[in-house]
Design a protein around this ligand. Structure first.
Ligand code: KG4
Ligand code: ZN
Length: 339
């Protein structure tokens, strides 16, 4: 049995968690910074770094206390070292290196997007691999062929806005605030997904890449097309706003589901996993579940707690990297880009 402490500071959540053998979560403490960034309408990197510095020690202490582990019973420290805001990543990486050195425990550098790709396997009795993984987050929209936790191949990715980024920008256009995804989903519940025919950008017919900037711009024009270049929002009735939110959400989901099914056809795999912040969206979860059921594919979505940023997924994937001998030295660095 192997117990891993995971640390996550890539964006606006300060998180630490303890996971056994890559599946059993003993603790997963997440300190969200949403309140600090909300008034700016998005994440301010300097504020994120400062908040990570202020909060990380107590978040780690709490994660270890809840899990009932000590420095003696931890087998390794796993930390997100890419992709993300470099200043924010460096806080977690520096803390992890310090603990690794002070406690004499191995250090593992984890790719945040690959941890999202793994996250559906957390707390599962039997591993779901091999699988096609759809990862939808604030900065990335990616399709992976996941042969095993340590053998993850990128099949396609976003060429412009990520799915979550599109949700956040549409939330701003609709005057909903930040973070946008959950607010758009809430508003969409009262709307008709067929009310507005927003574009479904598929790129080349066999492409597994994504583009969501077109649908975002279409929403912008739709709102402001109701009159002037500004103030279009005020002219829309609540029902019309809900219709726009529902139609936008459906356009994004249609593309995500179609591309995932294309990846299934391409790879011949019979299992689909879903992860990342946008995977918390219940309409997406049920649309993908339905498409999989229709084709008799196994489908596993990450539990909601492991969709948005969390350290449990970092500790979980870190376990498999440790088993594979993929450890890092104290020269581990932070990188803005994914592997
Ligand atoms: O994975 P995540 O927590 O952070 C990144 O790695 O980027 O994803 C955050 C993204 C944000 O864009 C947020 O608006 C979106 O996930 N999100 C959602 C929902 N919950 C979070 N998007 C749609 N529906 C949701 N319920
Ligand atoms: Zn994430």
């Amino acid at each position: 049995m192997s117990t891993i402490l995971g640390i996550e500071t890539s964006c606006d959540e300060t998180s630490a968690g303890v996971v056994e053998d890559g599946v059993r979560v003993l603790s997963n403490v997440v300190a969200s910074q949403v309140d600090l960034h909300a008034k700016y309408g998005g994440v301010v990197p300097e504020i994120a770094s400062r908040a990570h510095i202020e909060r990380l020690d107590s978040v780690i202490e709490e994660a270890m206390a809840v899990a009932g582990v000590t420095q003696e019973t931890i087998d390794a420290i796993a930390v997100t070292n890419r992709p993300g805001l470099v200043g924010a990543l460096l806080i977690g990486v520096t803390a992890a290196k310090t603990l690794s050195w002070a406690w004499g425990k191995p250090l593992v550098g984890v790719d945040h997007i690959r941890a999202h790709a793994y996250s559906a396997a957390i707390e599962m009795d039997a591993p779901p691999w091999p699988a096609v993984g759809l990862i939808v987050s604030g900065g990335h929209t990616s399709l992976f062929r996941i042969a095993s936790p340590t053998s993850i191949e990128l099949l396609g990715a976003t060429t412009d806005d990520a799915a979550g980024e599109a949700f956040d920008k549409v939330a701003t256009i609709l005057g909903l605030g930040y973070p946008g995804g959950p607010l758009v989903e809430k508003l969409a519940r009262d709307g008709d997904p067929k009310a507005v025919d927003f574009p479904r950008t598929m790129l080349a017919h066999d492409s597994l890449d994504f583009s969501f900037s077109g649908v975002k711009t279409a929403v912008l024009y739709h709102v402001h097309g109701h009159g002037r270049t500004s103030g279009g929002l005020e002219r829309l009735a609540p029902r019309e706003l809900a219709d726009i939110a529902a139609s936008f959400q459906q356009a994004v989901i249609d593309v995500l589901v179609r591309k995932t099914m294309l990846a299934v056809a391409r790879t011949g795999l019979r299992t689909v996993v879903l992860g990342g912040g946008v995977a918390a969206n219940t309409t997406l979860r049920s649309a993908l579940a339905a498409a999989c059921a229709e084709r008799k594919l196994a489908f596993h979505a990450a539990k909601t707690a492991y969709c948005t940023d969390n350290a449990a997924m970092i500790a979980a994937l870190g376990y498999h990297q440790l088993q594979a001998g993929d450890t890092a030295g104290l020269d581990l660095d932070a990188y803005a880009s994914a592997l």
